[in-house]
Design a protein around this ligand. Structure first.
Ligand code: ADP
Ligand code: MG
Length: 710
């Protein structure tokens, strides 16, 4: 290991705690190694005989690293990861113990399925569930200062084989994209040497850091991950002085540790910077194949939380921790590529001649138009509603940004064929010492929920705390359907073997039809603007503002058909996900409501009363010596009035929260229409009071304290 002032070179530690590459080669016999690599790279079933050798190798490697336990690591419908640790220790029958780990223990686990959300698939008495080894995502060792655990990525299914997790449908959707995309490649004759088409993901993670001492004094942050009350700080992001600003030293120490530990786990974090809001930051990795990227995203969130604590911070992954301040999202960069490394969404230089690219691109646009409601539903949560439904980018209306060059080609396609590609040219910066830099063919658009950015799409509506498996599962499924449509249409039009000329005519005809039908979903302008909301309505694009509206889309026949057709989810599995999400929505808000009531009653109201008493004493003291104090009296009256308003507002939240509706749909509607507005009203009163009450009486850390880490 090279030494650089005591710090190991990052490339030397990359993947050091994963069972991949050299580690695998070192611990496995040659042919077992080859077979495992085949499975990992090509998704081929693993020879059962090899599993025994892999288990032995993993055990040896894990013990070298001081592991005492192993766990099947999976992603239940909670949105978090789950793990149950088993010791390697096994009694040897003669009073001692050995370390054991068999093929069976590697391949299959049997956690109790009844305590995970199943959306009605499993009753508590039908507890059996299985975890099954996903050999395509590398096992890793998770270390804490006092422990080391071998983690084996797994899928989680019920005894009936139904998916109880997020990985199983993701893997199915990846397969669906591959099968349908391969059909298109075969039509163009570009399939030679390609065994599968993979989807690639690079997901940018936004997050906030707050000092742990503040966090501990706020019940809302501790229980809900967001502030439920809090008057705005005098300064927010008006000056745009945080974005890309110099990273504070304490934050840099935190980021450096996150990076180092993620590198060891093989997570290729690449970019770090300050985001728009004060105390908001971002990490972005280099993209990877979808299944691994999804697992790595879960590790990224876990690591951010864990390392923050070690640096005296708390990492808030919530979509909207602070009202009135930019929220956090997770830009999900997504593309498709052959397993030989060809990006199928790369437009190349003379894009108008790149028929295959145009077919793939148009298919994605078609998918978003046909299933905008499903995409919206895939990112629906109580927390994300604060971004998507509110005045923040992106809006809840799903549209596609193509940029100038591709929009121009789309215009041409609608006329029957594209004949030119707009050129990008160079930028002359005016100072001779600066280089001429090439310009992209299209500008950037930061407000679009689904933007084409060079050679990939960027789905920006995903929430910062969300597991990305589900939005990508939905995206893959609707895209697979569109690839299927394009392939089948082309087959119909050209038959089995087409001459290049015949194929070109068929493609042009098909693209013309599809572009004309679906171009309404394309929008390159400002997605924030009120005009766009009106225009989108005129175009008939859905605007599903809340989770309640959005989840209904998953319960339609249309949704069932597309998930079932590509074997991603059976109707029952889909229904289960709707149920889990509805329940999560009302439970999340109910917890917030109870926390708000507790804070208002135990902290805000008493503080207000204390101040009222103080003012009362001041007025009495002043008047007793014959000095009039109209200003203080007016202030007293204002405080008394606000406290009366606050008591009413608390009662309204209590009343709305106390209503127990059995029917899930009625419950979520009540939550949206009654409980949330009551909470907002109570917050307004509390925030008004906060602006009057003196600092030494106000019991909660304020926005202006929490938001400016130095
Ligand atoms: P930004 O959008 O912040 O300007 P970049 O364009 O550098 O950032 O890339 C953002 C993310 O997109 C990175 O995580 C990167 O790895 C990912 N990305 C780049 N190419 C692809 C691809 N072909 N498929 C999926 N993700 C990609
Ligand atoms: Mg981005």
């Amino acid at each position: 290991m090279s030494n650089n002032g005591g710090v190991a070179k990052l490339s030397d530690t990359f993947g050091a705690l994963t069972f991949t590459g050299d580690v695998m080669r070192r611990h496995l016999p040659e042919d077992a190694y080859e077979k495992l690599v085949h499975t990992m790279q090509r998704g081929l079933p693993l020879d059962p005989a090899v599993a025994g050798m892999v288990a032995a190798a993993m055990k040896a490697w894990a013990l070298e690293h001081g592991c005492t336990h192993y766990t099947h690591w999976f992603q239940p419908l909670t949105g978090h990861t789950a793990e149950k640790h088993d010791a390697f220790l096994s009694p040897d029958g003669v009073g001692g113990a050995i370390e054991a780990f068999t093929a069976q223990q590697l391949i299959q686990g049997e956690p109790d399925a009844s305590s995970f959300p199943s959306g009605g698939i499993r009753e508590t008495f039908e507890a059996r569930g299985y975890t099954a080894w996903d050999a395509t995502s590398p096992a890793f060792i998770f270390k804490t200062p006092d422990s080391a655990t071998l983690c084996i990525p797994t899928a989680f299914v019920s005894w009936t084989g139904e998916a109880l997790d997020k990985k199983t449908p993701l893997l199915r959707s990846i397969q669906a994209v591959s099968e349908q995309a391969l059909r298109i490649l075969r039509i163009f004759g570009t399939h030679k040497g390609v065994t599968q088409v993979i989807t690639t993901i690079g997901s940018e993670q936004e997050y906030f850091l707050v000092d742990r001492s503040f966090f501990e004094h706020r019940e809302d942050l501790r229980l809900c991950g967001r502030t439920l009350v809090g008057a705005p700080a005098p300064k927010g992001h008006q000056l745009d002085d945080h974005y890309f600003g110099a990273i504070p030293e304490r934050v840099m120490a935190f980021m450096t540790e996150v990076e180092r530990r993620l590198y060891e786990l093989g997570v290729p974090v690449k970019t770090r910077h300050n985001e728009v809001a004060p105390n908001q930051y971002e990490f972005a990795p280099i993209f990877e194949n979808a299944n691994v990227a999804v697992d790595h995203q879960m590790l990224m969130m876990q690591m951010l939380r864990l390392v923050a604590e070690r640096h005296g911070f708390v990492c808030l992954l919530h979509e909207k921790p602070f009202a009135g301040i930019n929220g956090s999202g997770k830009h999900n960069n997504w593309s498709i590529s052959t397993d030989t490394g060809v990006n199928l969404l790369d437009p190349h230089a003379e894009t108008h001649t790149n028929m295959q690219f145009l077919v793939f691109l148009t298919a994605v646009v078609r998918a978003v138009d046909l299933h905008a409601d499903l995409l919206r539903a895939s990112v629906a949560s109580a927390a994300n509603d604060h971004r998507l439904g509110a005045n923040e980018a992106p809006p809840a209306i799903m549209s596609v940004y193509l940029g100038e060059m591709l929009s121009d080609i789309f215009d041409q396609l609608a006329q029957g064929g594209a004949h030119s590609t707009k050129k990008r040219g160079d930028l002359d910066l005016g100072a001779r010492t600066l280089p001429q830099i090439p310009r992209h063919a299209g500008d950037r658009n930061r407000t679009s929920p689904f933007a084409f950015t060079g050679n990939k799409f960027e789905f920006r509506a995903v929430g910062s705390s969300q597991a990305i498996a589900w939005p990508n599962t939905v995206l893959n499924t609707i895209v697979a359907e569109s690839f299927d449509f394009m392939a089948s249409e082309l087959h119909k039009r050209v038959g089995k073997s087409a001459s290049p000329a015949k194929l070109e005519t068929a493609v042009k005809g098909l693209l013309k039809e599809v572009v004309k039908k679906h171009r309404r979903v394309i929008f390159d302008g400002d997605n924030y603007s009120a005009e766009w909301h009106k225009e989108a309505e005129r175009r008939g694009l859905p605007n599903l503002k809340t989770t309640v509206d959005a989840l209904a889309a998953l319960a339609t026949k249309k949704a069932q058909a597309v998930f079932e057709r590509y074997n991603v989810l059976s109707p029952r599995e889909l229904e289960a996900r709707v149920e889990v999400n509805l329940e999560r929505y009302s439970r999340t808000v109910a917890i917030e409501a109870r926390t708000l009531i507790s804070m208002l009653k135990r902290e805000v109201l008493p503080a207000g009363l204390r101040f009222q008493t103080e003012l009362g004493h001041a007025v009495a003291a002043s008047e007793s010596v014959g000095v009039k104090c109209p200003g203080t009296k007016a202030q007293l009256k204002r405080v008394v009035a606000l406290l009366a308003e606050l008591s009413d507002a608390i009662a309204a939240v209590e009343q709305a929260e106390a209503l127990r509706l059995a029917e899930p749909l009625a419950r979520v509607r009540h939550t949206r229409d009654k409980l949330l507005p009551a909470m907002a009203q109570a917050r307004n009163v509390s925030d008004a009071l906060e602006q009057l009450v003196p600092g030494d009486v106000w019991p909660l850390p304020r926005y202006s304290e929490m938001l400016f880490v130095k």
